[in-house]
Design a protein around this ligand. Structure first.
Ligand code: SF4
Length: 511
């Protein structure tokens, strides 16, 4: 069928090469309520002295740090995290062009500014933003909601180094060395000398020394061909292997693992497990405290355990904001004697749940006479009474040190004559008489916190926590699609967390 073009068609003028007599300014093209204006206005009001102090002066003039910071923050606000993408946006996007004043720093310049100039100083700049939010009445320091999320590091999941594996390898070397030593003793006991080798200290220096001693003792003796071969292998491999293990152990510190590509990252179980195989991935534990969904502070940790991050996070808040929030609300991942003690000493009202808080309220738990929490304790006699009414007497008490060196005071109480007791089945399944453990300080803090959490205000905080801090991670991970750090190393990852936090707060101000 033949195409018929109607004669009455009318279109608006279209000429992409149209010349304008008075070209419009970029600013005119941006909506008055556009978020880029908030970024521009707020960053203009921040004191960038900490960043300026990182410039040495001289040479070719650098791009203005205020412009560079605005561009990066606006990039993070618009889901542009790669320096190449931001470089492209600076040439194509009107808000970016306006923000940069038509400057076009390339991706290397943007990256150098982000990695080097912001290193160690961005948190100070971020805290000014928080103080500004407080000044403008958006938030107060009355309460803070703390939670953490694991974010993947920029490293492959198959680049792991495990502390356990290093220990196994070193144990193997120890066993083989013991065998060689025993052989040398059987062939040349006198030449080997009377000084026994210290097998506990397996390091390159000690092992080399021991092998040299064995070599010396076996010199001129008739030695088994297999032992000769083993000794030649040992000379070639062990010193280099043990040197490597030593360096790896130094990098591990208190951690159980790290990635060879980003040695600051630790292998963790992530919430986002697309393969559903529970595989551990290298990542960082990002802790954030919020109020009304504004971020008050952020810290990065190399541990999977939230409990050990609370004090470090609070200290960071104190250092950057000059004071601690009056009230802290968290979920059950943070309840520990050490944390409760810290909050009490620093006059912070802790609404910090402990692990069994919700179970303690269940009828089934409350009415189970066998649970330790339901055993009657006589303070005067310092003994518990078991469900049969028999006293459980104190059998041991001592301090136990946790991984971070905190000393927990614990007591152990033992029942008498459990054999033949009709309640033995539901009461316990230990061999012999039942032993229960108690931590007096912990119990004291726990009952105080329980009372606080059970109050009307406590229940309000528990409900609010779910809609305060948790949605912040939702926004960053789902709306901003930020699920993996781009930079490597704790200091650089902290910069990214800072830019994300600034972008989040400014985005919220603009909304
Ligand atoms: S089993 Fe032992 S601890 Fe339990 S009720 Fe009987 S006597 Fe008491």
């Amino acid at each position: 069928m033949q195409n018929v073009i109607r004669t009455n068609l009318v279109f608006k003028d279209y000429n992409p090469n149209q010349k304008l007599l008075l070209p419009p300014s970029l600013e005119e093209l941006i909506d008055p309520n556009h978020p880029v204006r908030v970024v521009n206005q707020v960053v203009d009001n921040l004191n960038l002295q900490p960043i300026l102090a990182k410039y040495e002066g001289g040479g070719c003039p650098a791009y203005h740090p205020r412009m560079m910071l605005k561009v990066l923050v606006y990039g993070y606000l618009t889901n542009l995290y790669s320096s190449r993408k931001i470089e492209q946006a600076l040439q194509e996007s009107i808000p970016f062009m306006w923000l940069s004043g038509m400057s076009y720093p390339d991706h290397n310049t943007l990256n150098r500014f982000r990695s080097d100039r912001l290193k160690g100083v961005l948190k100070e700049v971020f805290s000014q933003l928080v103080l500004l939010l407080i000044d403008h009445g958006h938030i107060t320091l009355t309460e803070a909601y703390l939670d953490g999320t694991k974010i993947e590091a920029n490293a492959n999941r198959y680049t792991f180094v495990w502390g356990r594996r290093i220990k196994t390898y070193k144990d193997k070397i120890k066993d083989q060395l013991k065998e060689l030593w025993a052989y040398a003793e059987s062939v040349a006991k006198e030449e080997l000398g009377n000084q026994p080798f210290e097998f506990e200290q397996i390091n390159a220096e000690n092992v080399t020394q021991a092998v040299e001693q064995i070599d010396k003792a076996l010199k001129g003796k008739e030695v088994d061909i297999q032992v000769k071969k083993k000794l030649s292998d040992v000379h070639r491999k062990w010193p280099e292997q043990l040197d490597r293990y030593e360096k790896q152990e130094e990098l591990l510190g208190n951690r159980s693992s790290y990635s060879r590509i980003d040695p600051d990252s630790t292998f963790m179980r992530m919430k986002e497990d697309h393969m559903r195989n529970g595989q551990l991935k290298p990542g960082y534990n990002w802790q954030v405290s919020t109020q009304d969904q504004y971020i008050l502070g952020y810290t990065l940790h190399q541990t999977t355990n939230d409990m050990s991050t609370l004090i470090g996070h609070m200290e960071s808040l104190k250092n950057t904001l000059g004071q601690l929030p009056e009230t802290l609300v968290t979920d059950a991942g943070y309840g520990s004697e050490k944390n409760y003690e810290y909050l009490e000493e620093n006059n912070v009202n802790g609404y910090v749940q402990y692990s069994h808080y919700f179970n303690d309220k269940k009828k089934k738990w409350k009415e189970d006479p066998h649970l330790v929490m339901n055993l009657h304790y006589n303070e005067e006699k310092d003994c518990f009474y078991c469900p049969m009414g028999q006293p459980m007497t104190l059998v041991d008490q001592r301090y136990l040190e946790d991984k971070e060196g905190y000393k927990l005071f614990k007591k152990w109480y033992k029942a008498q004559r459990c054999d033949g007791c009709p309640m033995r089945g539901p009461c316990h399944d230990c061999k012999g008489d039942r032993v229960v453990q108690a931590a007096p300080k912990w119990s004291k803090y726990k009952s105080k916190v329980k009372e606080r959490l059970d109050s009307e205000l406590g229940q309000y905080y528990i409900r609010k926590r779910r809609i305060d801090v948790e949605p912040v991670f939702g926004m960053i991970k789902n709306n901003r699609k930020y699920r993996r750090f781009l930079l490597r190393g704790l200091e650089k990852v902290e910069i990214e967390a800072g830019l994300l936090s600034m972008a989040h707060n400014l985005g919220k101000m603009a909304s």
